[in-house]
Design a protein. Structure first.
Length: 827
């Protein structure tokens, strides 16, 4: 380990797996012991779920010593830690990842069989925690994996929601139905609840001014934040970091007086109110109550985390010297959700530790940095001042003062009055969290080059004019351990064979070494065989899990991501409809059709009407197409429900063609695009987000580009966009939309999709119609290449070889260098 930074780049030495690895027999004994003493069942009585819990606890034990050592080194070492504050951590299943990083994979497989169980059954017993909505939450999980793998001391801080993202089902009409995801229904062996390291988090009440001019917040109510610790083992780094997710408990479990009055519901009201805070991931915020709960959640985890960091780094000190706080830990604000941390740290420093305003401000601004993950205004949170005032009155005062100071600063920099008004953090009615984060932290970053540029040029332009040095970019990345090694063992083995080493798993740019092998037909054929085998596997998986009958000899064409208009699932489904019509009408000759299986995976926010209607349409297109003998063997559409990390790990390695077709300028980065490229899929995409950088790296000739650029989109908005003109001009498009309108996919009901059709024809904010022709045209190029199996696979292999940059290890190194200015722990 270098222990310093920069240097190319931080590469951990392999410190070997934690604790001396055990044999399979020994590991079987450890599982038996767990079964007996903690599960309290005999091996004979045990079910696969028991074995899963026992094995998980056994592997956790193997990581314990490294965890303790990492904690001690984090506090005592000379390296600043990272606190990643995120309302979402979409972790995926834990067991396989922990086994890999503990060096126990083979031992586990053998031990489980020796105990008389099927490995698959045991692994399947794990229930995936869904503590995130999509890319943002999964990114957080990749980042903490990489930090641990690089040996950087870090804490992930978030919320242990009792209910994660809803479970998605489809009803008989193809509509999305949301059911609660009670992931904690059974024993969950990974989180350790630590009642002795709790924090008190308070809300409401009023602020009183003391005789000496200081302020005292007298809150109305408090909840108990109890940490649940998850181990974050690094890959071959010997380090194990902590993901600390807070769970809300009540101090007043039960109101006995109310109970004695037979008011049974009232008796548990305080408990319910407190526990609601960590009950569910992102409750709907369209109502006042929903908004309030969401702000409560944000403050809850941020306040607990900041106090926790003080506890960790200044153990047992009543009067710690918090001017050193920014040398101990640097906090990353993952989107605007944790931004209330800025006034909270000010409050802690001033009210709890007696620092003056300027000292507190200097500490605070050094402590925080902000990552923006969007350009859509709806995702840049703006809180009604009245709500903050009710819930956090002291914070509102602090925010007002921050805003006053900010205005003075802008005036002194010669910024004009109107611009100052535009830049207000506090408008009198509202608090703009992105602005607060930008002013209150040291750095602001976007998540891909194009996105960071647009942040500077558009979304936060005024800020970047005044504070140009604050702005930087860090392009996202994904962990190769989960998304290549675990998800795609065949490809991993082939890469290792090709490179003669498996070191690429901690230095992903080594994949470049595969480039010459793209000229070696034998190697390319092996690569093609891997993809084929993965498709066969996926077909079996889809049969087992969903009852689908897939044909692995067709092209597997996948679009998986949150359902949102800007991501343009509409574009894909309209193209599918058009292709369907062409095959059916005989316009395209049967022998000219490239047989394709199209997959969608997506959840729509429960209150997002058009997104939910799009899901319904896709399901009904699937129903019609898959049951039509005229297109059998040529085209099929499947929508496996409840898309999650597990499904991603199965589907991505089996995909030939990946869809990244958002309107240019709207997708901040995308991370699915990286996962697909690393797994040897070709991408069809627009010049958006990280697509731009992927294309640059893999080569324009190895990427199917189509559609308008950001500038063209802007120009079109300025000219006045008229979607109907595209409908009129392109007969394919017209026909496809007419089919949606005429009841083809709704058993003759012409009204079923009218809101969607009306939106396309009159609004189409994300210009699906304008990009349709270009999208259809690129398909012929795609199909021509696909017909040449060797060439297709050669290009796909070049995608793998040139995507090493998109490792989250590299993202973390960029954060270390550009934002956090810290380094891995010395050994
Ligand atoms: C969001 C953005 C994506 C970006 C991720 C991670 O994810 O472009 O890649 O954050 O930075 F939109 P989603 O919520 O869209 O999944």
């Amino acid at each position: 380990n270098t222990g310093t930074y920069p240097g190319r780049k931080v590469r951990m030495t392999e410190i070997t797996a934690p604790k001396s690895p055990v044999t399979a027999e020994q590991f079987a004994d450890e599982i038996r012991e767990q079964l007996k003493y903690t599960q309290n069942v005999t091996t004979e009585q045990a079910t696969p779920a028991d074995v899963y819990v026992a094995a998980s606890k056994a592997v956790r034990n193997h990581l314990a010593d490294s965890w303790f050592k990492t904690q001690a080194d984090t506090v005592n070492g000379n390296t600043k830690a990272v606190g990643y504050l995120s309302a979402e951590f979409l972790m995926g299943k834990q067991l396989r990842n922990a086994l890999l990083n503990a060096g126990l994979t083979e031992q586990f497989d053998k031990a489980v069989e020796a105990l008389g169980f099927k490995v698959q059954d045991v692994v399947d017993a794990e229930y995936e925690p869904g503590l995130g909505n999509g890319g943002l939450g999964r990114l957080a999980a990749c980042f903490i994996d990489s930090l641990a793998s690089l040996g950087v001391p870090a804490f992930g801080y978030g919320i242990q929601y009792k209910y994660g993202i809803f479970k998605q089902e489809f009803d008989k009409d193809g509509k999305q139905v949301e059911t609660p995801d009670y992931w904690l229904a059974n024993e969950e062996p990974w989180g350790h609840i630590d009642y002795n390291r709790d924090q008190k988090v308070s809300f409401g009440g009023k602020v009183v001014e003391n005789a000496d001019g200081t302020k005292t917040w007298q809150p109305a109510w408090s909840v108990r934040a109890v940490p649940v610790d998850y181990l974050v083992p690094g890959y071959k780094s010997g380090r194990v970091n902590t993901l600390r997710l807070w769970s809300a408990k009540s101090y007043d479990e039960f109101d006995l007086l109310a109970f004695n009055r037979s008011e049974y519901m009232e008796a548990v009201t305080p408990q319910v109110k407190a526990e609601n805070i960590s009950k569910i991931l992102y409750p709907e915020d369209s109502t006042k109550v929903g908004k309030e709960l969401r702000l409560e959640q944000q403050y809850f985890f941020v306040s607990a985390s900041l106090h926790d960091a003080i506890r960790v780094f200044y153990p047992g000190q009543d009067k710690p010297d918090l001017t050193t706080f920014p040398n101990k830990i640097v906090f990353q604000l993952n989107d605007t959700h944790p931004v209330i941390g800025i006034p909270e740290l000010m409050r802690i420093l001033i009210d709890e530790y007696g620092y003056d305003w300027d000292t507190a401000w200097s500490i605070t601004t050094k402590t925080f940095n902000y990552t923006c993950h969007t350009l859509l205004p709806e995702a840049l949170e703006v809180w009604p001042a009245s709500l903050i005032g009710e819930l956090l009155p002291r914070h509102l005062e602090i925010i007002e003062k921050i805003n006053a100071q900010f205005e003075d600063e802008l005036k002194s920099k010669g910024v004009d009055k109107n611009t100052i008004k535009d830049m207000a953090i506090y408008t009198g009615d509202a608090v703009r969290m992105a602005y607060l984060a930008t002013y209150g932290g040291s750095h602001v970053n976007g998540v891909a080059e194009l996105h960071s540029q647009l942040l500077k040029d558009v979304t936060l332009k005024n800020f970047s004019d005044v504070y140009p040095d604050k702005f930087t970019n860090v392009t996202n990345g994904v962990t190769p351990r989960r998304f290549v090694k675990l998800a795609n063992p065949r490809l991993s083995d082939l890469i290792t064979e090709g490179l003669g080493t498996d070191k690429w798993l901690s230095d992903l740019e080594m994949l470049k070494g595969l480039e010459p092998l793209a000229k070696d037909d034998e190697f390319v054929k092996k690569f093609a065989a891997v993809k084929k085998a993965n498709k066969v596997d996926f077909a079996a998986y889809a049969k087992r899990e969903y009852g689908f009958e897939l044909d692995p000899n067709t092209m597997f064409n996948t679009m998986v991501k949150r359902l949102h208009e800007y991501k343009r699932q509409s574009l894909k489904i309209l193209s599918v409809i058009s292709t369907y019509a062409d095959i059916k009408s005989g316009k395209v000759k049967a022998e000219d059709v490239t047989p394709r299986t199209v997959f969608f995976g997506a959840k729509a926010a429960p209150g997002y009407y058009l997104a939910k209607m799009t899901i319904q349409l896709i399901n009904n297109v699937s129903r019609v197409v898959n049951n039509d003998p005229d297109v059998k063997g040529k085209l099929a559409v499947y929508f496996p429900w409840n898309y999650n990390v597990r499904l991603a790990q199965h589907l991505i390695p089996a995909t030939d063609l990946d869809e990244q077709i958002s309107q240019a300028g709207k997708e901040a980065s995308g991370t699915g695009n990286m996962k697909f490229a690393l797994n040897g899929a070709m991408t069809v995409g627009t010049l958006d987000g990280a697509n731009v950088e992927i294309r640059e790296r893999v080569g324009a000739e190895n990427f199917f580009l189509f559609g308008m650029t950001v500038d063209e989109v802007e120009k079109k908005y300025a000219e006045g966009y008229n979607p109907a003109s595209y409908y009129e001009a392109d007969p394919r498009l017209k026909h496809a939309i007419d089919m949606v309108a005429d009841g083809t996919f709704s058993n003759g009901d012409r009204n079923a999709y009218s809101p969607l059709v009306a939106d396309w024809l009159t609004k189409d904010w994300f210009m699906t119609l304008a990009d349709f022709s270009a999208y259809m045209d690129i398909q012929s190029e795609i199909e021509a290449l696909y017909a040449d199996e060797l060439e297709w696979n050669r290009k796909a292999l070049l995608n793998v070889a040139n995507s090493g940059y998109f490792s989250s290890d590299r993202s973390m190194e960029d954060y270390l260098e550009r934002i956090w200015h810290t380094a891995p722990l010395a050994d």
